[in-house]
Design a protein around this ligand. Structure first.
Ligand code: GLN
Length: 483
């Protein structure tokens, strides 16, 4: 039986009914990975995965995700398993502990098959900044899968795994989910622990999930989200069961459309899909309301001051001394720092460190960093106001479908604009997700649903109802010879 493209819930059922063993599942997963052309994985862990599968088959493991192979973004520390964060500087880094998110997923019985490729330190929207090579979009191998969690998105889209973790600082779960035609969710900031997640921009970074549909995402969030005393920004409020409200009726619910997002400037197919998706929600009894968020236009520039500022501080730990890459043939400590960092980091990471150091420097702090913090607060207030009027906000997830590899690498600003629709929810800290809702130029595009603080169950409810009344999430790429 082929397991490719089965959902998490379907695989769970097959295992429960003993129609397939976990060993067979893991074996086929590695077989599929070995013939894949997408470069979705940086490191594989076949032997350990097969051992865990045997344990499950012998009745030694239980849990909600028991026996299910999943993939971890290579930004989560995994005990005794190489964790590179897509960078040369961590090429040989073997963490001595698991990130809390990894720990939680293992405690639920899931099996980690390996670590997925990503933009270096999660900086990028196309996976082209990875030291381990570009990830290819399974729908068209000449195109990007989105980023930074492109390896996870491509692996789920291609049916190598039914689920994978991701992280989202400015759109890195939603944009690749959209470009690969799958479902991805970023919970409220602080809902999932950042402990053991290699930091990019700590006030924005948030872990989340990729799967084939919203129901699977809900099941995954039930484990990914937890309170963690090891993370000082972790939310202590008890986590809901995200499956509880997934079947709620949408009658009379209000969906906000952001006035300032100029959807008419997007291509015709993206606009048409958006209109058709509105009709689906209307048929389910929801109403649309226009909401004004006057400061949302400041999101991209605000993010590109705050995120680099935090990154320049976070990445100062990579100095060639404590761990990671160390340059050879140096004469003194300063030279060791300079050479190790110059040789270990890629261009995009260096660009961000330079910008971040600049905006935090004494003469410019007030003009840039302080201003960005002020506009961040105004953007957050816009969300608070809008979400007091509506249940969820809806927008496209990204301006277009997947673009050609290499087509935006020369122009960082154009690349940064990929996150036009996603970045604001990170600045505000609200939960948001992307679901497949059509095609443009024959490639998948995504619909974004944004919710109020701690209302991930509401966006999952909207997404699940949408998916019960549409079939975009069933579409799979034609893998041709790679299958
Ligand atoms: N594309 C954005 C960036 O390059 C967001 C990345 C992310 O969410 N990790 O910073």
């Amino acid at each position: 039986m082929s397991i490719r493209f089965k959902t998490l819930a379907e695989l769970k059922e097959l295992l429960e009914k003993k129609e397939i063993s976990s060993y067979e599942l893991v074996k086929e997963t590695f077989k599929n990975i070995s013939s894949s052309k997408t470069n979705s994985f940086i490191t594989l862990d076949e032997e350990a995965a097969l051992n865990k599968a045997r344990d499950f088959d012998e009745g030694k493991v239980d849990g909600d995700l028991a026996g299910i192979p999943i993939a971890q973004k290579d930004l989560f520390c995994t005990k005794n398993l190489r964790t590179t964060c897509g960078s040369k500087i961590l090429e040989n880094f073997i963490p001595p502990y698991d990130a809390t998110v990894v720990d939680n997923l293992l405690a639920a019985g899931s099996i980690c098959v390996g670590k997925t490729n990503m933009d270096e330190f999660a900086m990028g929207s196309s996976n082209e900044t990875s030291y381990y090579g570009t990830v290819r979009n399974p729908w068209d191998l000449e195109r990007v899968p989105g980023g930074s969690s492109g390896g996870s998105a491509a692996a789920v889209s291609e049916g190598l795994v039914c689920a994978a973790t991701g992280t989202d600082t400015g759109g890195s779960i939603r944009q690749p989910a959209a470009l690969c035609g799958i479902t991805g969710i970023k919970p409220t900031y602080g809902r999932a622990s950042r402990w053991g997640m290699i930091a990019f921009a700590s006030s924005l970074d948030q872990a989340g999930a990729f799967a084939r549909n919203a129901e699977d995402c809900a099941l995954l969030l039930n484990h990914i989200c937890s309170h963690d005393s090891k993370d000082s920004t972790s939310i202590s409020e008890e986590r809901e069961n995200y499956l509880d409200n997934i079947n709620n009726n949408l009658k009379g619910k209000k969906i906000g459309i952001i006035k300032e997002f100029d959807i008419s400037s997007l291509n015709k197919e993206v606009q048409d899909s958006f209109e058709k998706s509105k009709k689906i929600f209307e048929a389910l009894g929801a109403n649309f309301v226009e909401v004004s968020m006057p400061n949302i236009k400041l999101s991209v520039p605000t993010y590109y001051v705050i995120a680099p500022a935090e990154c320049s501080s976070n990445l100062s730990r990579f100095d060639g001394v404590k761990y990671g890459y160390r340059a050879k043939d140096v004469d003194n400590l300063e030279e060791l720092y300079i050479k190790s960092r110059s040789e270990g980091f890629g261009d995009e990471v260096k660009r961000r460190i330079l910008i971040g150091t600049y905006v935090l420097s004494a003469g410019f702090y007030d003009a840039y960093y302080k201003k960005a913090q002020q506009s961040r607060r105004m953007i957050k207030n816009d969300f608070v106001d809008a979400l007091s009027e509506v249940d969820v906000i809806m927008s496209p997830s990204s301006p277009s479908s997947a673009f050609k590899i290499g087509s935006k690498t020369e122009d960082p600003i154009e690349m940064y604009l990929e996150d036009l629709f996603t970045i604001s929810s990170n600045l505000a800290g609200v939960p948001a997700m992307s679901i497949p809702h059509g095609f443009s130029d024959g490639l998948p595009i995504g619909l974004q649903l944004i919710g109020n603080y701690l209302e991930e169950s509401k966006i999952l409810n909207f997404a699940h109802q949408y998916q019960k009344n549409s079939d975009w999430h069933f579409k799979t790429p034609n893998l041709g010879e790679s299958s």
